[in-house]
Design a protein around this ligand. Structure first.
Ligand SMILES: [Zn+2]
Length: 302
């Protein structure tokens, strides 16, 4: 399992700010979550989503923060071992209503108990971080080296006019073959057992690339409308992909869900590093797919 990557003092350009903050005293949980609320306002989240503080007393001091995509036993252990006072997660631990947090009945109840017993706060920034500028897909596009980014599906409303906020991003690359871009994506995205799979003509010349961190098959039509040559996202399914390719849409790259969102953790860490002593970015691969085997490679011809 990969080790966590510490982003301590001195590893970030804002050391001067951090020192000032240290002289002024520790940040409380409520101060850190207020800063996160300002960066990722909760009302930007989709209606079904559940974002913001989950647990943790507002007046606890926050010195160390763990940033993780998922709150699972492995990342909670990482937070405990790292001496963290707060976990900032992308995916909500408690998305649907619960009537019990019995720790013996479900791992989620056990995790909530563990966090409270250890006095570790939990805060979630999910679809509100997806649409932010910079947001989850900016970090993904940054890994690929895309230039001139704009939202794949801009947010509507006067608050968002000319804000650059919205779902997904679309950007430019200098001309490259699709097969080379697939190879490049596999190199620059965090490693997972899932890896990268792709659909489309390997010799197609790519100039415009759309990306969406997380499950993005709902935005295939937006990638078509934006005249992207390629759309990279996660969790693509057989029928939407099959029909999309048959219609001559953009070539597709399907990466592991975790790998498309992990790059954003660096953005959050940068924001938090001016507030607290240390930010740890979790590199524990929490993608649920852990075994990958190419089929047919050892097939014996009869
Ligand atoms: Zn996600």
């Amino acid at each position: 399992m990969p080790r966590a990557q510490p982003l301590g003092l001195g590893a970030h350009p804002s050391v001067r700010d951090t020192n000032i903050n240290r002289l002024q005293g520790m940040r409380t949980l409520s101060e850190v979550t207020a800063a996160l609320d300002e960066t990722y306002p909760r009302h930007w989240a989709q209606g079904w989503d559940r974002v913001g503080p989950v647990c943790g007393r507002p007046d606890i001091a926050v010195r160390r923060v763990l940033c993780a995509v998922d709150v699972v036993p492995e990342t909670v252990i990482e937070a405990i071992e790292g001496g963290c006072d707060l976990i900032v997660a992308h995916h909500p631990l408690l998305l649907r209503g619960v009537s019990s947090l019995d720790p013996s009945a479900d791992y989620k109840g056990d995790l909530v108990h563990t966090l409270i017993e250890r006095s570790i706060g939990l805060y979630v920034a999910h679809t509100n971080a997806d649409v932010a500028n910079p947001g989850v897909s900016d970090a993904l596009a940054g890994r690929l080296g895309l230039a001139d980014l704009r939202p794949l599906r801009p947010l509507d409303g006067p608050e968002h006019e000319d804000s650059g906020r919205g779902i997904g991003r679309i950007g430019r690359l200098s001309d490259v073959k699709f097969s080379a871009l697939v190879e490049h994506a596999a190199k620059v995205l965090p490693a997972t057992a899932w890896g990268i799979r792709a659909a489309g003509d390997p010799d197609r010349i790519v100039r415009t690339v759309a990306v969406c961190g997380g499950a993005g098959d709902g935005y295939l039509d937006d990638a078509v409308a934006a005249e992207a040559d390629v759309y990279l996202t996660a969790d693509l399914r057989h029928h939407p992909v099959s029909e999309h390719i048959a219609r001559g849409g953009p070539a597709l790259i399907d990466a592991a869900h975790w790998a498309t969102e992990r790059p954003w953790l660096d953005t959050v860490a940068e924001r938090l590093s001016v507030l607290v002593d240390e930010v740890i970015v979790s590199d524990i691969d929490t993608d649920p797919w852990t075994i990958h085997q190419n089929s047919g490679v050892n097939r014996v011809e009869s």
